[in-house]
Ligand binder design. Structure first.
Ligand SMILES: NC(=O)c1ccc[n+]([C@@H]2O[C@H](COP(=O)([O-])OP(=O)(O)OC[C@H]3O[C@@H](n4cnc5c(N)ncnc54)[C@H](O)[C@@H]3O)[C@@H](O)[C@H]2O)c1
Ligand SMILES: O=C(O)C(=O)C[C@@H](O)[C@H](O)[C@H](O)COP(=O)(O)O
Ligand SMILES: [Zn+2]
Length: 367
């Protein structure tokens, strides 16, 4: 069992990482102040882990809120179902909401916690790799809008993050790969030695090697906790966690939420950010290929959808949350392990990036 901390003054909280922590009361009960708990989960995760969590919550009055599964349900309408259940079971301000599931559940349950009676406590119990390395930490909560990803939400920190690495054994392979996209992201933005480590261990990670997974989760959470601790509300360095997301969110929204998984869209979006970093003369072509090869070995796409035109991208990128006063800002790489957030690029370079031949690049990667 490993414990990390997100240091945010009075909003600080622990991240517990280990096998079977979900069954251990000492990692959950101290963070619940009242009698009542609402566990928000979905129809896929509930049959796998809800009873286990309920056993840990013995002595508490538990309302289970089981939502439909999928990115396309990260909406106002489905959020409302959480409020319906809380009110029907008379939850008051002493209640605690527990998010049991992947990033979709975590983002929605966290947003519900931020809004319900103007704010109640919540705990993250992430069960996908992506949610364990990224979404459960840092307090970004919210829902999608048809015109843009995560467009309505709040910064609202959990009281604790409980990462049970054994839950990954039931995760479909495609979802594991999606999580690896965000793991690779940390190497690219701030930790080149981690990238080397991932190059060595990527095959074992895909085979669910528990020790390699724990190491990758811990290193990812440590990187995220550092960045969030330094810049909780994204006025500076936190935006680097958005590498590949301006392009990736456009892919998710344009293709229809859920058609491309978030991690897949981030991987293809990062391929575009790498291309632009090369075109600006920052990243070398060799390093670009090295990064693309790692995504490919992780089972991730590096070619954006052929059906998307530069105008399709621009439509969604224009409302990205990093746009400031009408000016688009992008996360790009100066080199592997060093990201920058910048609006200082020629518009032509962006246009060329949006219409570059990613298929030809992918063909250079080999097997
Ligand atoms: N708040 C943040 O900082 C942040 C960071 C990254 C991503 N996100 C958001 O997270 C979402 C993506 O999260 P995700 O990749 O976890 O997707 P997800 O929540 O849709 O989960 C992926 C799939 O795995 C299933 N699942 C979950 N745990 C399982 C388990 N242990 N075994 C078997 N199946 C399981 C889910 O039911 C779902 O079908 C996106 O909405 C993205 O925008 C938020
Ligand atoms: O925590 C952050 O900050 C991130 O940017 C992490 C991202 O991986 C995540 O997808 C986040 O939800 C994107 O945030 P958004 O503000 O671009 O919606
Ligand atoms: Zn992301």
């Amino acid at each position: 069992m490993r414990t990390l901390n997100v240091n945010l003054g009075e909003r600080s909280y622990p991240i517990f990482i280990g096998q079977d922590v979900l069954s251990q009361q000492q990692y959950i009960l101290p963070y619940i102040k009242g009698r009542k708990v609402a566990v928000v989960t979905n129809e896929t995760v509930a049959p796998l882990y809800l009873e286990k969590l309920k056993a840990t919550l013995q002595g508490k009055e538990v309302t289970a809120v089981v939502l439909p599964d999928g990115e396309r349900y990260k909406t106002w309408e489905v959020l409302q179902k959480i409020f319906d259940a809380l009110l029907e079971d008379k939850h008051d301000r002493a209640t605690t909401i527990i998010a049991l599931g992947g990033g979709v559940i975590g983002d929605m349950a966290g947003f519900a916690a931020a809004c319900y009676q103007r704010g109640v406590d919540f705990i993250q119990v992430p069960t996908t790799l992506l949610s364990q390395v990224d979404s459960s930490v840092g307090g970004k909560t919210g829902i999608n809008h048809p015109l843009g990803k995560n467009m309505v939400g709040a910064f609202y920190q959990p009281k604790a993050v409980v990462i049970d690495t054994s839950s990954l054994v039931t995760l479909p392979e495609r979802e594991l790969s999606a999580g690896l996209a965000e793991v690779i992201k940390y190497g690219l933005i701030c930790d080149e030695p981690f990238l080397v480590r991932l190059e060595e261990s990527i095959d074992q990670l895909r085979l669910l090697d528990q020790s390699k997974l724990s190491e990758a989760i811990e290193r990812s959470c440590a990187a995220k906790a550092d960045v969030v601790g330094a810049d909780e509300r994204e006025s500076g360095i936190r935006a680097t966690l958005n590498l590949g997301h301006t392009f990736g969110h456009a892919i998710e929204a344009h293709q229809g939420y859920g058609s491309w998984l978030h991690g897949e869209a981030v991987a293809a979006g990062t391929a575009m950010a790498l291309e632009m970093s090369c075109r600006l003369g920052w990243l070398s072509r060799d390093d670009q290929i090295r990064a693309l090869r790692l995504f490919k070995r992780a089972g991730l796409p590096v070619v954006p959808p052929a059906s998307m035109s530069p105008d399709d991208f621009m439509k969604y990128m224009a409302v990205d949350k990093k746009v400031l006063d009408g000016q688009l800002r992008l996360v790009l790489l100066k080199r592997l392990g060093e990201a920058v957030v910048t609006s200082d690029f020629p518009y032509d370079t962006l246009k060329q990036t949006l219409s570059a031949d990613y298929q030809a690049l992918a063909e250079q990667l080999g097997d």
